[in-house]
Design a protein around this ligand. Structure first.
Ligand SMILES: Cc1cc2nc3c(=O)[nH]c(=O)nc-3n(C[C@H](O)[C@H](O)[C@H](O)COP(=O)(O)O)c2cc1C
Length: 198
């Protein structure tokens, strides 16, 4: 019989990005459980509402390839500091027309300062970030298969930043009741727990 060993992680930080506009939607409900799980293990958690950040798109000016920060003064540099000082981040988004919601894509694009240059003149700089957890929710009951490539894109994007532990799940359920009764949700929380333990 497998007995889970309780692992406590005092001083570890988990930053959660909720990329849904619905404050009480499916993502928010699962994230509540995710935060409860992490706090129970001693993690210090902060949840950030991505729609409220109001950050603009990456301008591809490449200034960050010299400085490691963004020239846009819209709060993204502060967000980058939160990411860099986290041990794990959770990126959560509903699926909109086959992709993550727009503000989550913008958040991802704005992480470009953490990516190194091809010629090696700038190394990737993710600070203390070691793990990324991705939560995608959708209405399509077969969404776990339909949208798998989105998860793969996050895995490869963080790999080029040097983060090799990117895991997650796609959970079908257009409302909080459905996702909380979904067979996928305990599996997702197990994946997160393993990441938090490791
Ligand atoms: C604009 C829009 C587009 C959507 N597109 C899709 C889609 O392509 N595939 C899908 O399965 N669900 C789609 N949905 C449903 C949401 O992904 C689903 O309801 C999700 O669980 C909502 O999460 P939330 O409650 O956290 O916002 C869409 C919803 C909206 C509002």
């Amino acid at each position: 019989m497998y007995i889970r060993q309780e692992v406590m992680a005092p001083g570890m930080r988990m930053t959660v990005f909720n990329g849904s506009p619905r404050k009480n939607g499916s993502d928010a409900r699962i994230l509540e459980e995710a935060v409860r799980t992490a706090e129970g293990m001693g993690y210090e958690c902060e949840t950030i509402d991505v729609y409220s950040l109001g950050i603009g798109g990456c301008r591809a000016c490449m200034a960050c390839k010299k400085t490691g920060s963004c020239v846009q003064k819209d709060g993204m540099n502060e967000v980058l500091e939160k990411i860099r000082s986290s041990d794990i981040i959770v990126l959560a988004s509903p699926i909109y027309f086959g992709a993550e919601a727009g503000p989550m894509k913008i958040l991802m694009d704005r992480m470009y300062p953490m990516v190194g240059t091809h010629d090696g003149s700038q190394k990737p700089d993710v600070g203390s970030l070691k793990k990324v957890n991705v939560l995608l929710t959708c209405a399509d009951p077969k969404g776990a298969m339909t949208y798998g490539s989105i998860l793969s894109r996050y895995v490869s994007s963080f790999k080029i930043m040097g983060v090799t532990d990117t895991e997650g799940a796609i959970i079908p359920g257009a409302d909080p009741e459905t996702v909380m009764s979904s067979d996928y949700t305990p599996g997702y929380l197990d994946i997160l727990r393993y990441q938090l333990e490791g």
